[in-house]
Design a protein around this ligand. Structure first.
Ligand code: PMP
Ligand code: GLN
Length: 400
């Protein structure tokens, strides 16, 4: 078929990179690789939550939900925020339910950023942030997260670089903690620096906390919204995807003071209008699970993390232990590959284990370190098979 020039995509979307997750999942499927690339569990979420979805379908909860979200879910989001984050959120005026955290971030950026406005974000930056900012005509101002080294054994940033990224055009600081892909959990002093600059430059903070329940080794996840003077300028975004293991449900939300909620809603009403009703009821039930569920979730992921870290170590790949989220990163320089993308393609097709190149999370890929990201939200059998393949094959360019 020959396409006429009339069907060419807009310049706005032509400028976007294809998302690395689809690319590597397709490559993994073609190569028959064990997929430690795209972050989704290959096991199911809790049965009681699935049953809640079935019950909602059977009850006839099958028409459009209100654009703001089903009242039962907004109430559950508010209770969960009080229980785990210590923040008070009015379910009627301060919550909007979206199609995953992805839509919440897109809507927040559309709702807050005018062309030419600047958005500060830590780099490596989750790929949808850069796309959301670009589609709004905003300008991304990346602040580099530096890999752990002998002086600082965790991902860190230079406070002067953060300070220099803010200015009179800063509209939003877009923060992700626990952080994908590095696994960094921002500390209280780091959050305080971000908060201080947001206050000084009168910027809004949009904080993506989708991995908020996944922290390890006694590290604590803190919400920026809980810091003094921040509730009034913070939108907190999350979803049911990671906490309950239902990435395919795409039920997310944004919460924050009414003017910010309204900015999100203004976009949301014309992006998706509403989110699948029965799944909203099921996520409401999930958010109300007893504390034991969240404690076990953490212990379960800590175990999977240990398994992956052990497998990488055994294969001679030296991982940085993540403080949160469900990814481990490995420096893969010195193995004869031109860059991390080449390493990950070789690993996927020759070794049979898919990982994601960190460079996909950089505005300027040439500035990225040579690092591969492995997901451990995977069944024991998957992690064991990956371990076996990694051990059995030399992880070097041109090997066998
Ligand atoms: N933010 C981050 C940091 C993520 O890693 C992901 C994806 N897994 C999302 C947002 C998307 O979440 P959702 O599936 O709820 O849209
Ligand atoms: N957030 C997931 C990851 O980082 C992928 C989600 C997606 O494919 N958009 O792997």
């Amino acid at each position: 078929m020959v396409a006429s020039s009339a069907v060419q995509a807009s310049g706005r979307v032509r400028a976007l990179q294809p998302t690395v997750f689809s690319e590597f999942s397709a490559l993994a499927a073609r190569a028959g690789a064990v997929n430690l690339g795209q972050g989704f569990p290959d096991f199911d979420g809790p049965e009681v939550v699935r049953e809640a979805a079935v019950a909602a379908l059977r009850r006839g909860e099958n028409q459009y939900a209100p654009g703001l979200g089903a009242p039962a879910l907004r109430q559950a989001i508010s209770e969960h925020a009080r229980r785990f984050l210590g923040v008070t959120v009015d379910p009627d005026t301060e919550v909007v339910v979206t199609c995953g955290a992805t839509e919440a971030i897109f809507d927040a950026v559309q709702g807050l950023v005018d062309p030419g406005d600047e958005v500060v974000a830590f780099e490596p930056v989750y790929d949808s942030y850069a796309a959301s900012v670009a589609m709004a005509g905003g300008v991304l101002r990346p602040v580099t997260l530096q890999p752990p080294d002998t002086a600082v054994p965790r991902w860190w940033f230079d406070p002067a670089e953060l300070e220099a990224a803010f200015g009179p055009r800063t509209r939003v600081v877009l923060l992700n903690t626990p952080h994908n892909p590095t696994g960094k959990v921002f500390t209280a002093p780091e959050l305080e620096q971000v908060a201080g600059l947001a206050r000084r430059w009168n910027a809004v903070a949009v904080v993506d906390e989708v991995y908020g329940h996944l922290v390890y080794d006694g590290v604590e996840h803190r919400s920026l919204a809980g810091l003094p003077g921040m509730a009034e300028r913070t939108l907190t975004v999350s979803s049911g995807a990671k906490t309950f293991g239902f990435t395919g449900w795409k039920v997310g939300w944004a919460m924050g003071p009414r003017p910010l909620r309204d900015a999100v809603l203004q976009a949301h009403q014309y992006v998706t209008f509403a989110v699948p009703t029965p799944l909203q009821h099921a996520v409401a039930a999930a958010l109300r699970l007893p504390d034991a569920y969240f404690v076990e979730l953490q212990a379960d992921y800590a175990r999977r993390r240990g398994k992956l870290l052990g497998a990488l170590d055994e294969a001679g790949l030296v991982p940085w232990a993540p403080e949160g989220a469900y990814f481990a990163c490995v420096d893969v320089t010195g193995r004869g590959f031109a860059n991390d993308d080449a390493f990950c393609r070789d690993l996927t097709t020759r070794v049979g284990v898919a990982a994601i190149p960190l460079s996909a999370f950089y505005v300027d890929r040439a500035r990225a370190p040579c690092v591969a990201r492995f997901a451990f939200c995977k069944a024991d059998a998957t992690l064991d098979e990956a371990a076996r393949r990694l051990r059995a094959t030399e992880l070097r360019a041109g090997a066998g």
